[in-house]
Design a protein around this ligand. Sequence first.
Ligand code: BMX
Ligand code: ZN
Length: 692
Amino acid sequence: MPYFPPRQSGFNGLHHLALMYGDACQPWTPEILTYYAAHLDDTGRPVDWLFDSFLFLNLASSRGRDYRADINLGTTMSGEGDFFAWCSPRPAEVTDWLELLDFYFGPQGVLATLDQTLEQLVDQVPQPYGHRRNVVLMIPYPHISQRVFGQLPGEDTALNFGVEGQNLDRATRQRLHACSWFVEQLVARWSAGRYRHLHLLGAYWMFESVHRSWEVDDHWLLKELRPVLHRHDLKFLWIPFYSRYTIHLLDDYQRYYFDLAFLQPNVMFYQQGVDLAAAATAARQRGAGLEMEYYLELDEPIAVTAERHTRFRTYLDGGVHHGYMTEAACAWFLGQGSLERMHGHPDPQERVFYRDVYRFIRGTYRPAGCSETPATPSLALAVDLGGTHLRVAVVDERGNLYQRWQVPTPGNRPAILEAMVALLSAGRDWVLGQGGRPAGIGVSTGGRVNFATGEVLDATALLPDWRAVPLGSYLRETLDLPVWVDNDGNCAALAEQQFGHGRGQAHFLTLVLGTGIGGGLVVNHHLVRGTHHAAAELGHISIQHDGPICSCGNWGCVELFASGSGLAAMGQTLVEAGLLALSPPITAEALGRAAQAGHPIAQDVIQRAGRLLGVAITGLLHTLNPQRVILSGPLTQLGDLYLQPVRQTVHERTLPLARVADIWISDLKDPGLLGAAGLVASAVPAAGRERG
Ligand code: BMX
Ligand code: ZN
């Protein structure tokens, strides 16, 4: 069994999760959060992104009431081997739970602050932003020593979590009730928050074991709590304590309790009885991720403080030796306030570790004596499914294409899937033959796609039967690789942003002129996907309110006139009317050749297509006032005959202030494929992308 794989679309690409221990009396600041969101160079300039996911957890409330349920506290951190559950003598009450919600969601709360921090960093970090950052929020532990929890807002019964005076069943139900309420609060307050850069991935369960005895039944509680989270599409995360006594709890963790667990090796904290190799094997055998552990100081009597440096080196090297650096989701315990102090620390070793954490997260860390540059660059398998062709290519993170396969787009869903898997298998075999392993699969497809789940929701007749296709999970299960799926226009925009005329542009839009017209929209450096995954369907802007009906259901869409399929249909009509002699197949390309050969009607049709596209672009410029419009796709080959009327119409019709300097023609050969590969590269730390 593999580790819990990183970068799964169902987990919004989670790879490295930072444990962010908060202090109820001290709000998080953008300055501090920057150290976790970005990697800074020696001068303090953010030069790359760092953690993709953040777990916020507080140990106690401002008045010292415990949220924590720390397995260690019965023994102290240096207690060797004998662990037991710890019941707080000062368990949090409902007021403390409400305080925690405000700590997360208040106007100065950590989520608002993190969102602002990311907003600032987007303009500073010269690397693509990728997914929204994941947020995981701790649910306070309902201690069984809590007899007077208090009344939840709007309820009139005070809750009691202890068994005395009632029974285990009633106590556990009240504990579950409080936890479920907390989850509902998370959901409600999250949607009110409207964070632009954050994704609520799920909740975290603090207790590092699962206890069941005559007075506590966390086993039942957790099994009941998970469906509450799942109803809201949230995941349940856990970081269990590794000991031989407790390891069995991970055996079926995904069946009963949690969606993702990181095994906590504790090599950093205990003198004896700990072994990173054994912990890594245990995690791998149970489909878990791994917790990395380091600290500058801990408020615990740690017997191994003097060995901090050698032990942390073991964790880092182990990532390569045991494979968890690239093959596992990792959680990072870095004590409280370590990372920001390591950056400019007087001890050079701490500064080296600061850089090594970054390298590890990028996947480029190498133990001493190993080569810094990996033998094979990170290769993605890219798919581009359009109305005419299905293409697959092997692409590296710099956008170099190595191999390419292409077939005509099959006419129905099973045939498309079969062909896709066949080409992808060829691609995978090719990469394996080179001694590498593909980092993942990126798919660019026509139609509306839920990027988070990898499902194709809906498509026009250009791709018949291509709706409600769980493409991401199907490919992942069939080929055992992580998969990302997005609309082809969106992929083209990502490709322009990374490799083309969109580099460094805050606002641009792109139109891919192929069988259909795909669109992609970047606003404030971010791709706009829309609330229901249907943003930037720019081919379906209606420019003739009573024009012919389009395969999307609208009338007079620009795609009917200015796309490859539109031009081919018009060529067909002209041929049938005897106005043009073309031998089949009648395509936009054939029409182009006739126009080039001087046929006036063919020229007219193409120029009209250009003018109509210009009308649609004018509307877009008035909506968005972008810096650039980038045109790509096979129709740009029609050259000035088509492009000149586009420019002319835009010039004649657009408000002077909205007029862009020029309409740019893409210099990318395959924006769909490059963007699809980019989905993988921006989620996967790519070798060679590291700076400094
Ligand atoms: C259609 C629509 C868009 C797509 C565009 C370009 C489907 C199947 N397609 O407008 O989602 O972006 O075509 O597609 O709904 P292509 O076939 O030209 O690559
Ligand atoms: Zn349409």
